[in-house]
Ligand binder design. Structure first.
Ligand code: PAF
Length: 276
């Protein structure tokens, strides 16, 4: 079936066909990680909608909203190749009323780990995700495990606000050397990339010794802090998957080892799920 590109909410409504829908929300700059989410979405519903919207609400002052990669023609090719039914790519003015007042609060879970370094980020994410759910009315929505705290918060929002959608998680896709795919990887110079590899190296070290996961990962990150360019750590946490609070000493069960760091001008995140 042909790909329909809906540039506003009226075109989106006009593109609706009978059958079930799976939504893959994105900010564009699509890569193989997005392709794997789209393939997973096809397993869930008759039609797949991909939204492409660089959401200003989730970028803080001084973050990369202005220079976030925008590759719309390429993204349409990817969606065409992957059999997507509808691409929803609204303008900022079509998404947000100039006098908008009400937004979603991510609560305490939005202020820890990634939220401590990006105040307001998760409020912006949840607000746009809820709006995308309301506009596209999907049966299922697919999100990547790479943004683990975002995924956990979206599940929380769906449970707390009774949003009628099923959330499905897609595994993180990695380069053969371990680097997690990200739209921001294109900012990395070859030297930056060599340093950035230490993020996944640290997580592998942690996963190999779950009883001392954080210490093992920390040792690798300390090595990376001495490289040129250095890896500048924002945080390393062994988090409770339900709250994203640091797990207490002696914790048994599932935990998420999550890391965020800057390499050069690029900020990267990664995580691995462990059973301690
Ligand atoms: O993960 C992303 O790309 C964004 O945070 C999302 C979910 C599309 C909301 O803007």
């Amino acid at each position: 079936m042909d790909l329909t590109v809906a540039g506003n909410r009226a075109e989106l409504a006009g593109a609706r066909r009978p059958g079930s829908y799976a939504l893959v929300p994105t900010m564009g700059a699509l890569h193989d990680g997005h392709r794997s989410l789209i393939r997973l979405a096809h397993e869930q519903a008759d039609h797949v909608i991909v939204s492409i919207f660089v959401n200003p609400l989730q970028f803080g002052p001084g973050e990369d909203f202005g220079r976030y990669p925008r590759t719309f023609e390429h993204d349409l090719e990817v969606c065409g190749e992957e059999g997507v039914s509808v691409v929803f790519a609204p303008a900022v003015e079509d998404m947000y009323l100039p006098d908008r007042q009400v937004s979603v609060s991510a609560g305490a879970m939005g202020t820890v780990a990634e939220g401590a370094f990006r105040p307001g980020h998760f409020d912006g994410v949840l607000t746009v995700v809820l709006k995308l759910f309301n506009l596209t009315r999907p049966d299922v929505a697919v999100f990547g495990q790479k943004d683990a705290q975002q995924l956990a918060l979206i599940r929380r929002m769906v449970a707390d606000l009774d949003v009628p959608v099923t959330i499905v998680a897609g595994q993180t896709v990695r380069e053969p050397d371990g680097l997690a795919l990200s739209s921001r990887n294109r900012y990395l110079s070859p030297d930056d990339r060599a340093t950035a590899l230490y993020l996944s190296k640290a997580l592998r070290a942690g996963a190999a010794s779950p009883h001392r996961a954080k210490e093992a990962a920390k040792a690798v990150l300390e090595e990376a802090a001495r490289l040129k360019p250095p890896l500048l750590l924002d945080y390393l946490t062994l988090a409770d998957p339900a709250t994203f609070d640091e797990v207490p000493a002696g914790h048994r069960g599932e935990a998420i080892l999550a890391v965020a760091a800057k390499v050069g001008t690029t900020r990267l995140i990664d995580n691995v799920v462990l059973t301690v």
